[in-house]
Write a protein that binds this ligand. Structure first.
Ligand SMILES: Cc1cc2nc3c(=O)[nH]c(=O)nc-3n(C[C@H](O)[C@H](O)[C@H](O)COP(=O)(O)O)c2cc1C
Length: 342
């Protein structure tokens, strides 16, 4: 891993190691991948305005998420089938998250069970991602199992009632290896048919259909959820959906402190994390970066990626003149247009 200094270095290395269909599955976005591109470009368009001559000799990256401490406001988003990248899979992501003191969100379509992940990283803060199922008894059974394994929150994905059209992956589909399983989605191994696992998801569910968990903003606040994740699924669902960093300020305004707001999609640098926090996110999550880390060197690679992002955030804070997370506010960010108007 020596010489891999940033997330993009890990991505290049991972793509050179993984089999083509697996690369296409992880990397691809929907349609023309315009949202995938915009997720990154929009971060680059936002500028950071540093303050100088401030005491930044001691910095504290910790904050509180849903009432409990995290060492850094950085976690891993739910991404399916992480053992395709490396045998460590989701257990490797959990270890990496535990070491940096963030939060892991385990995909419903993970290749490691709730129990395995809990055993691999007994102290990691972990949430589990879920889709509303047509058969509500499946929901109950999954909630109970995850809770028993120590998962503290349910993250309901609401942008994937159908799967986006990811052309690269459709042209070159992955062959799901026979030794892998989806132990949370299909507990009975005999019944595993990867082509059918999305069939049980409820395509008709609306705001009235549930009163549980994470879903887009104002309505969510009224339904009593604790937090929302501003996400466009890493550009994999509806192409030309806005970059999450662009839509974040209006969501934060609408939520008006009634919920915690987190963000994912396109975070690749410490400066990106800083910008998301400045614009009102309480925490950020990364999807593909953790996969690139796993592909390069399993749990150790994922840990390195998380450390790089944490250290880049720390350095950004030092160079911008802020010593703690709550001091990162919108006064530190601007656009080029706004500067020209000064
Ligand atoms: C390969 C891959 C698989 C994903 N699988 C899931 C999933 O199973 N459940 C889910 O809610 N989101 C899933 N997502 C979306 C991620 O949770 C997250 O929103 C996205 O990866 C964030 O963008 P980023 O990859 O640019 O960080 C997946 C994303 C990728 C790239």
């Amino acid at each position: 891993m020596e010489g891999l200094l940033c997330v993009d270095d890990f991505e290049k290395e991972a793509l050179s190691k993984l089999e083509k269909s697996v690369c296409d599955y992880y990397r691809s976005g929907a349609d023309d991948e315009l949202t995938v591109k915009d997720n990154r470009d929009s971060f680059s368009r936002i500028l950071i305005r540093p303050r100088i001559l401030r005491d930044v000799s001691n910095r504290d990256l910790s904050t509180t998420i849903l009432g409990k401490k995290v060492s850094v406001p950085l976690g891993i988003s739910p991404t399916a089938m992480q053992r395709l990248a490396h045998p460590d899979g989701e257990c490797g992501s959990a270890k990496a998250t535990e070491i940096v003191g963030g939060i892991l969100i385990l995909s419903f379509f993970s290749t490691s069970s709730y129990e395995e992940v809990a055993a691999a990283s007994p102290n990691v803060r972990k949430w589990f991602q879920f889709y509303m199922h047509k058969d509500r008894s499946i929901n109950e059974a999954v909630f109970k199992r995850a809770e028993k394994a120590g998962f503290e929150a349910l993250v309901l994905t609401v942008d994937a009632q159908y799967v986006g059209k990811r052309r690269a992956s459709e042209k070159n589909p992955i062959q799901f290896p026979s030794h892998l399983r989806l132990p949370n989605a299909v507990p009975d191994e005999e019944k595993l048919d990867v082509s059918k696992v999305h069939d049980s998801i409820d395509h008709s569910v609306t705001w009235e259909g549930f009163k549980l968990q994470r879903m887009p903003y104002v309505q969510a606040a009224e339904l009593g959820v604790d937090a929302i994740i501003v996400s466009n699924h890493g550009g994999r669902q509806i192409d030309t959906a806005p970059a999450t960093i662009d839509i974040l300020p209006s969501i934060v305004r609408a939520v008006d402190n009634r919920l915690e707001v987190y963000l994912d999609s396109g975070i690749r640098r410490g400066t990106d994390i800083f910008k998301a926090l400045a614009l009102g996110a309480k925490m950020v999550f990364v999807g593909r970066p953790a996969i690139w880390g796993l592909a390069v060197d399993g749990a150790k690679g994922a840990k390195r990626v998380m450390e790089i992002l944490r250290d880049e955030l720390d350095l950004t804070m030092a160079l911008t003149g802020v010593a703690d997370i709550k001091s990162i506010t919108s006064k530190f960010v601007c656009t080029k247009d706004s500067l020209l108007k000064l």
